[in-house]
Design a protein around this ligand. Structure first.
Ligand SMILES: Nc1ncnc2c1ncn2[C@@H]1O[C@H](COP(=O)(O)OP(=O)(O)OP(=O)(O)O)[C@@H](O)[C@H]1O
Ligand SMILES: [Mg+2]
Length: 256
């Protein structure tokens, strides 16, 4: 256990405290997230559910440092994102594997090349090692026979499996997945998510994944449920009410 006088931020995967978030300016300003608190521990697979428009993608993009946090506190992989510099945001992003609803594969590159491409940001991985890693991951997601295929020749489920391999090839410390299988039928979607979860458990990488599909709840260690920008009180966001009440007072007094 860490104590408040000795924070061990490095081991914190995600710790969100009192996040409020607004979109828009002036009269159009609208609050989207309301006092969101959550924690993700090393190795955990957490499912984020909630109706359309409840704020799941907004929360995921804040955690992924793809959007700038304006209030509360959000520590991701040891970095506080409130008032983080651009460089700090980029550094967090580089340690995260992202999987989105659209696979975003490059059409004129093969499956293997698409996975390898993700390593171009990481100059310390040699081309040979990158190729090996990419090939190993494609085997792990069951695409050993399709490595040299172009995306147009792959099924939807196969494309999403390439996207999973691509997200894992940098050896991320966290995977954020936003409805990666919503374009697939139920069975294929589940298979793809099973691959993702198995792989993450093998590598001991925590995952936060958004899904509408209640059939996959059993794949996750925990389910956090959102409604209208708030995390439902019975969700296992892992903070006690007492802990949050004390902190809310602290955050309120420390804001400018
Ligand atoms: N760029 C934006 N500008 C203004 N409002 C936005 C923006 N993005 C999202 N919103 C609004 O914020 C709210 C939350 O959106 P968000 O995309 O986080 O929901 P979601 O839970 O991911 O929904 P879905 O399940 O449909 O993907 C919605 O009311 C949406 O209209
Ligand atoms: Mg969304």
């Amino acid at each position: 256990m860490t104590t408040s006088s000795q924070p061990d931020h490095y081991n914190v995967v995600v710790e969100a405290r009192h996040i409020n978030f607004w979109f828009g300016e002036g009269d159009l300003r609208k609050q989207i997230l309301f006092d969101v608190n959550l924690r993700i521990n090393p190795g955990e697979v957490v499912l984020l559910t909630g109706q359309s428009g409840s704020g799941k993608t907004t929360l995921l993009t804040l955690i992924g440092a793809l959007r700038t946090l304006t209030s509360g506190s959000l520590i991701v992989l040891g970095q506080e994102l409130l008032q983080a510099t651009r460089r700090q945001q980029v550094s967090v992003r580089k340690q995260i594997g992202f999987i989105f609803q659209a696979h975003n594969l490059i059409p004129h590159l093969t499956a293997l090349e698409n996975v390898q491409l993700a390593l171009e940001l990481y100059p310390d991985v040699s081309a040979a090692e990158g190729r090996q890693r990419a090939a190993d991951l494609l085997v792990a997601v069951g695409l050993e026979h399709r490595m040299h295929a172009f995306p147009a020749k792959l099924s939807g489920g196969q494309k999403q499996r390439v996207a999973i391999a691509r997200a894992m090839v940098n050896r991320p410390r966290l995977v954020l997945a936003d409805e990666p299988t919503s374009a697939l039928d139920g069975r294929t979607g589940r298979e793809v998510l099973e691959r993702l979860v198995l792989l993450a458990r093998d590598y001991h990488v925590p995952i936060l994944m958004v899904s509408h599909d209640p059939r996959i709840v059993d794949l996750a260690d925990r389910n956090i449920d959102m409604e209208d920008g708030s995390i439902l009180p019975d969700s296992s966001a892992m903070f006690s009410a007492a802990e949050l009440a004390t902190e809310k007072a602290l955050v309120a007094t420390s804001r400018p």
